[in-house]
Design a protein around this ligand. Structure first.
Ligand code: LXE
Length: 606
């Protein structure tokens, strides 16, 4: 599950290193407009609504005035998203637009570089500039540091020589700085975060949110068409998590990412309801339904029949992307009273256009009753570790009536059942623990047992930058230089990479107990896979009696275990990680699950 929360996209998975790179959605002539930028050696800076904007989508530019009487480099620096990692051997691609507001005979040189916060140059290059016209000029440079910075406290800098450029005023727009990206995709993903996510072997990517789809007001909703095409034409938007979204990571980038990981998108369309509780009146839904039709056509439409699909083709992907599920809104139980007509009108129109798609409802299951009858519901659950351990049979009681379920967001987030969404002082977890991860694992054994009706599940939120976090805990944390794999991350990865092909019934765990398991069969290797969650701090001796003809005498155990409060975090990044060992197995064998552990036992048995 992905949304731009806690800098998951901008400053996270999206590899752009500069924060506030294009002064999008800021108010000119305010200090906030200069967020993440600072003056170097006395340059005077201000963000202005440029009389000649670099594009209609990017109306603001940075005015830099070189004062008289100053020597040495003078200009502007950007501190990135709470730091910039500078690695020797990496090629950094930088770009920016500049123009002189007044034409003159001035000729000079701009120095573009990376330097430590203390001002030590790590790498730099210079390019000639001239004030011959007031038009915009695009500058592209590459930077090749030969030494790695000791920390991520580094800045991107653009400077002129103070003496030579004394008194000059230059406008800059749309800066950008990229490190190498995952699979070298232009405008791509940060390699270490992308690699961490790819390691889970995910099947789908839910986008674009979560609350960040909805907007506080209709004009701030996520709009697919504002997020595709050349970056210079993307205005960005005020995200719902307290920071501006550049939309540099847009729908096409999400879809390319899905293809790079072999995932399908589970894509949401806006459902006419905002976080502030505004519902679009039924009579006014038309344009929003059309926008949803265009959004889906962008993903799977025929370029010969749809302009949105033709746009996709023009951006390099004439074939449709893989899409089977479209979600209508997010957590519309908050807008249940109007979801009845919003669901009806949206799904009636979308089904007519795309009869093969499956539409997911986001209200509470069968409450209210919707028409057409949803065949999929998205269920979200945030609760305590013990709630998840005690509710591993949550789906066992669901009617088998052709309805399928998407556990679209779930996580054990607090140890305080009377204030689950409270603060860390009140039991909220900052990072997943072994207690929370084993609670989730217990719940997931139930999802596996009920995989006839639960077609997908995703922990949420996926990512957070530890320097700007609006929600905890998260599956994967990161800062400018590191990625932190949580205990829950390892549970998700172990479940994902050991899914098997079919569930095998076994002795059922005790629903109110503390030990939970599920068994799957992997056809190609004739193996069974036994997943065991021990949600208590005491060891759990188990005996397995297998009714198979052939059972190997040894198998593999992958075990994640640690103290109940153990977390992987910036201070203890690798406190807990899975360990693999060989175990003795047979038609009857014993296994002792450690306290607070999640085990995956794999052995040949058929
Ligand atoms: N409150 C959660 C529910 C919403 O869908 C997400 O944006 C939030 C964080 O995962």
């Amino acid at each position: 599950m992905f949304e731009d929360i806690s800098q998951s996209g901008d400053g996270g998975l999206y590899a752009e290193l500069l924060q506030n790179r294009a002064f999008q959605q800021v108010t000119p002539n305010t200090a906030a407009a200069l967020n993440a930028w600072h003056s170097i050696n006395g340059a005077s800076l201000s963000v202005l609504a440029d009389p000649i904007p670099v594009s209609s989508a990017l109306p603001n530019s940075l005015q830099v005035t070189i004062p008289t009487g100053i020597t040495g480099p003078v200009g502007v620096g950007n501190e990135g998203y709470f730091g910039i990692k500078v690695a020797a051997g990496s090629t950094y691609t930088a770009s920016f637009h500049y123009r002189f507001p007044t034409a003159s005979s001035f000729k000079g040189r701009i120095t573009v570089g990376l330097q430590t916060a203390a001002g030590k140059s790590l790498v730099s290059t210079t390019v000639p500039i001239a004030a011959a016209s007031t038009a915009w000029t695009l500058v592209n440079v590459t930077l090749h540091p030969t030494t790695s910075a000791a920390t991520t406290a580094n800045n991107f800098t653009v400077t002129l020589d103070g003496a030579a450029a004394s008194g000059q005023t230059v406008h800059f727009a749309f800066f950008s700085l990229f490190p190498p990206t995952f699979k070298n995709r232009p405008n791509g993903m940060r390699v270490d975060i992308a690699t961490t996510l790819a390691e889970m072997g995910p099947s789908f990517f839910r986008l674009p949110g979560g609350n960040n789809l909805k907007g506080q007001i209709p004009s701030q909703r996520w709009q697919w068409n504002a997020t595709v095409g050349p970056l210079i034409n993307r205005p960005g938007r005020v995200g719902t998590w307290g920071y501006i979204n550049t939309d540099g990571l847009g729908l096409m980038d999400y879809l390319n990412w899905c293809e790079d990981l072999g995932m399908q998108a589970i894509m949401a369309v806006w459902s006419g309801f905002t976080l502030s509780g505004t519902s679009i009146a039924e009579a006014d839904l038309g344009p929003f339904i059309q926008q949803a039709i265009d959004q889906i056509n962008f993903v799977i439409g025929d370029p010969a029949k749809s302009s949105a699909a033709a746009l996709r083709a023009s951006l390099g992907h004439p074939a449709p992307f893989k899409l089977n599920y479209v979600e209508v809104g997010n957590e519309d139980f908050f807008g249940a009273d109007t979801y009845t007509y919003r669901w009806h009108d949206i799904v009636t129109a979308l089904t007519a256009e795309f009869p093969r798609l499956n539409f997911i409802a986001t209200s509470n299951t069968f409450n209210p009753i919707l028409s057409p009858n949803p065949l999929q519901y998205d269920i979200h659950e945030y609760n305590t570790p013990s709630w998840f351990a005690q509710n591993s049979f949550f789906y066992d009681g669901f009617q088998r009536n052709a309805t399928k379920y998407f556990e679209g967001e779930y996580a054990a987030i607090s140890t305080n059942s009377s204030d689950v969404f409270g603060s860390p002082a009140d039991g909220r977890l900052l990072f997943p623990t072994m207690q929370s991860a084993t609670g989730e694992a217990a719940f997931m054994t139930g999802i596996e047992r009920n995989s006839d009706i639960v077609f997908s599940a995703s922990y949420a939120p996926l990512l957070n930058h530890v320097a700007n976090t609006q929600w905890t805990p998260n599956l994967v944390s990161f800062d400018a230089g590191n990625v932190y794999r949580s205990t829950s991350y390892y549970v998700q990865k172990l479940f994902s990479l050991n899914r098997g092909d079919a569930y095998i019934p076994s002795t059922l765990p005790t629903p109110s107990g503390t030990l939970f398991w599920s068994v799957a069969r992997k056809n190609a290797t004739q193996q069974i896979i036994i997943k065991i969650s021990n949600t208590m701090d005491t060891v759990a001796p188990m005996t397995f009696v297998l009714p198979f003809t052939v059972v190997a005498s040894t198998g593999t155990a992958q075990v994640l275990t640690g103290a109940g409060t153990a977390s992987n975090s910036p201070t203890t990044p690798n406190l807990v990680s899975p360990k693999t060992s060989t175990i003795k197995t047979g038609k009857k064998f014993s296994y002792t699950a450690p306290g607070f552990s999640f085990s995956v036992l794999t052995l040949v048995a058929h």
